[in-house]
Design a protein around this ligand. Structure first.
Ligand code: HEM
Length: 422
């Protein structure tokens, strides 16, 4: 580690330019200890894949959302900390949610969710989305100027996941308002002192939706969720159903919204590419993969080594947190030549880690891809030109984009565009 390494977790320069940070770290070593949180920073494609694909539960996901910053609730002792972790993991942030489960507990709950996201459900959601996006555009296009991050991307993604779950129509705008910007992760300790369930603010609502469905079943995902059973025929508890529904809502909302906004930013900055996609909408899916590779909303996730192990020749003692550079891997030049270039013909573009991979890999990826495609398809079809607002973001040679202050996510705070309707 070097004195010159910026602090990944607090330095505003890293928020602004995460790829610059990852390149800097990777050029020293694809697996190296960073000196601020003492985690192992994993930035090489092969090393990241090794962590994500390791099947023997050497790497726990107990720290998956907040990483090393929250600290462990115990002092790791010895070469195997599994018992210590099991005794205290309920005290850790997000421990109630799927992303932080391990082993069998993770597998059985993930299966419940996978069973619900059927092709038929996706197709129905796609029809809803085309109508929704056109309604949003009917309102936005006559204005010719708007904040595409909030008024288009955020609204589309919130409505889409609400529709999949079956949230009542009259509550959807309410949720768009309620779920504003993510909380800052840079404002000191307060933001890390969250309990095991940071989605608690949605609990009352979702408990209510589920209770309504117990009384009056409906043709929607939440009703089906309540009828789900584990493979051994037993049923999850009501609280478990509520946790899963809330997590799916949270996981599916802001991530997708961030990619839609980022894709519009890229198109506003590259009008040639914009014109090409308008002329050839069939290439939009290739473009989406490249945006997910370069600018995916989840920059890193985290794992905890529960026994002494090795990674890329480095010793990893039990109790070490790994900061797993998903974005770093997706821009590793050893795997993606000319990584900073959007290349619609890149042969291995689906290798990116925007959705992560392995047992925890995103299970909403097909839904997210569809949502982003519909949002871009309709926006391009209904405009002749989309420009980035110079008033808000400066001229092309000196753009100013502000990103949300979070080390885990990549998220434009706002995106002001001007456009000419078709
Ligand atoms: C572009 C949008 C999205 C991106 C970039 C994204 C990305 C991710 C990433 C990086 C993970 C973590 C995987 C890991 O820890 O290794 C994840 C997990 C997850 N995502 Fe997504 N996601 C998106 C949209 C969605 C949507 C729409 C849904 C809703 C259906 C969803 C549901 C989930 C769930 C349930 C998990 C937890 C999986 C597990 O722990 O087994 N995601 N996602």
């Amino acid at each position: 580690m070097s004195e010159a390494d910026p602090d990944f977790f607090t330095d505003p320069r890293v928020i602004q330019d995460p790829r610059g940070y990852f390149d800097h770290m990777r050029s020293q070593c694809p697996v190296m200890r960073e000196r601020y949180q003492n985690s192992m920073m994993v930035t090489g494609y092969d090393a990241v894949m090794e962590v994500l694909n390791r099947r023997d539960d050497v790497y726990s996901s107990a720290v998956n959302v907040l990483g090393p910053v929250q600290g462990l609730p115990f002092e790791p002792e010895g070469s195997d900390i599994r018992d210590q972790l099991e005794a205290r993991r309920h005290e850790m942030a997000w421990s109630d949610h799927l992303a932080c489960y391990d082993g069998q507990r993770h597998a059985v709950h993930r299966q419940l969710m996978t069973d619900l996201l059927t092709f038929k459900r996706l197709k129905a959601n796609e029809q809803y989305l085309y109508a929704l996006v056109d309604r949003l555009l009917d309102d936005l296009l006559p204005r010719r100027k708007f904040n595409a991050a909030r008024e288009y991307a955020h609204a589309t993604a919130t409505f889409a996941i609400s529709d999949i779950l079956g949230i009542p129509m009259e509550d959807r705008w309410d949720l768009v308002e309620l779920l504003g910007a993510p909380p800052s992760q840079l404002d000191g300790e307060a933001t890390h002192r969250v309990g095991p369930d940071p989605l608690i603010f949605l609990k009352e609502r979702f408990d209510g939706y589920l209770r309504d469905r117990l009384e009056t079943p409906q043709a929607d995902l939440m009703t089906e969720l309540l009828n789900s059973k584990y493979r051994d025929g037993t049923s999850p508890s009501f609280d478990q159903f509520s946790l899963l529904a809330r997590f799916m809502f949270g996981a599916g909302q802001d991530t997708t919204s961030r990619v839609i906004a980022m894709a519009i930013r890229v198109l506003g900055d590259d009008r040639t590419l914009q014109a090409l996609l308008r002329a050839e909408p069939g290439r939009i899916p290739d473009f989406i993969e490249e945006v997910l590779r370069l600018e995916a909303p989840v920059k890193v996730n985290y794992r905890l080594a529960v026994e002494d192990t090795q990674l890329a020749g480095q010793d990893i003692p039990a109790g070490t947190v790994l900061t797993v550079g998903l974005m770093a891997a997706s821009t590793d030049p050893a795997h993606f030549p000319e990584p900073d270039r959007i290349d619609l013909d890149r042969p291995n573009k689906r290798d990116h880690l925007g959705f992560s991979k392995g047992v925890h890999g995103c299970l909403g990826a097909p839904l997210a891809r569809m949502e982003i495609r519909v949002a871009l398809e309709r926006l391009l079809a209904r405009t002749r030109d989309i420009r980035i607002s110079e008033e808000h973001h400066g001229p092309p040679e000196a753009r100013r984009y502000v990103y949300e202050p979070t080390y885990t996510f990549r998220s434009l705070a706002e995106l002001h565009v001007e456009l000419d309707p078709a």
